[in-house]
Ligand binder design. Sequence first.
Ligand SMILES: [Zn+2]
Length: 116
Amino acid sequence: MNDATKCPACQSEHAYQDRDLWICPDCGHEWSPTAGGTAEAPADAGVRDAHGNALSDGDSVIVMKDLKVKGSSSVVKGGTKVRNIRLQDATDGHNIACKIDGIGAMNLKSEFVKKA
Ligand SMILES: [Zn+2]
């Protein structure tokens, strides 16, 4: 029995295997087990900004380019400081959830921000 499998997203020990996937009931994360048990370099170990600095929940970041806000005509200007980000799992790359003054809640891609 392998009881060492934890959810890579939230470290929950409640993860279970379903066919070829592991599923975490706590956060909904799904992932494929690493074949062979070899520890490969984790490609997505944490969220990194445009300069490769690791980001954490609660960090402040600066938007590096103008970003159109989906579903509105608003634009987040490059240079906008965003406080209190929250990292999230996102298959489309929008791995930062945040609230921006004058815009509201939105998601950002970490590649377009730098740590403040
Ligand atoms: Zn989880």
